[in-house]
Design a protein around this ligand. Sequence first.
Ligand SMILES: [Ca+2]
Length: 241
Amino acid sequence: MKEVSHNGEEMDILDLRKGEVGTLAYFTRGEYNIIIVDYSSLVVEPCLSQVEWSPRFCALCIAQLVAWLEAAWYWSKSSSQIEKVVGAPPEGVHIIGYSVGAHIAGLVANYVGPDRIGRITGLDPTIIFYMGNNRSRDLDPSDAIFVDVIHTGAGVLGQLGPNGHVDFYVNGGSSQPGCSGGIYETLACDHQKVTPYFIESINSKVGFWAAPCPNLLLYLIGWCTADTSKYIKMGEDVPKR
Ligand SMILES: [Ca+2]
C-alpha cells in the first residue's frame, strides 16, 4: 500500500501529474494499491499562512485512512463471507512525501494508534516551516518502523537532516547537476530533483548506489571513498536495516 503526499503546486515535481508518473512506475513493477493525497486546496498560493495548520489537518485525515485500512484488513481476515483480504495493517503502509509532504508523512505518526506505519520515504523534507528540536513537528526516525530520506537541496530549501534511519545526500545533498539559471530557479530545481530520482529508482535496472561518507567536507575534497561492500541502493529498494 503506497500513499503519496504532495503539494499540488504546479511547480512541484510531485504534484498530481508527477504522482501519476510515480504510480505508473510502480504499476510497471508489479501490483500495488496507490493512494495519492492532494491537499493543494489547503495551501492555495499566495496565502501560505495555512501551512501553519494544514499539514496537521492533512496528517490527521491520512491517519484516519490508515485506521480505516487497518479495520478493513482485520474485518476481511476474520469474515467468512470475504474471500480476499482487503485493507492493510499499518506496517504494510508506505507513505512517500515530498517537501512539506515529507513532514506530513511524519505528522501522521502523531495520530495513528500504537501500531506504527511500516515505512516513510521523505523526499527533500522542506526547511521552510519545520525548524527546531521538537521532532513531533517534523519527520524523524520515530515516525515509522523504517524511515528513509533523500536530500537534494539540503540546507537551502530542504532540511539538513538527518531525518531518518538512513539519509541519502545526492551529489553532496545540496546542489544537483542540470540545475542552472537564476538563483530561485536553481534552488527550486535542486529541491525538485529528488522526485525524479526516486521515481527512477522504482524501475531502474542499475539503481542508485550510495556510499557512506563521514561528512560533506570529505566528500567535496574527494577524500570520501568507501569499500564497495558498504554501498547500498537508494530509493525504493533501499535495504530496510
Ligand atoms: Ca516526527
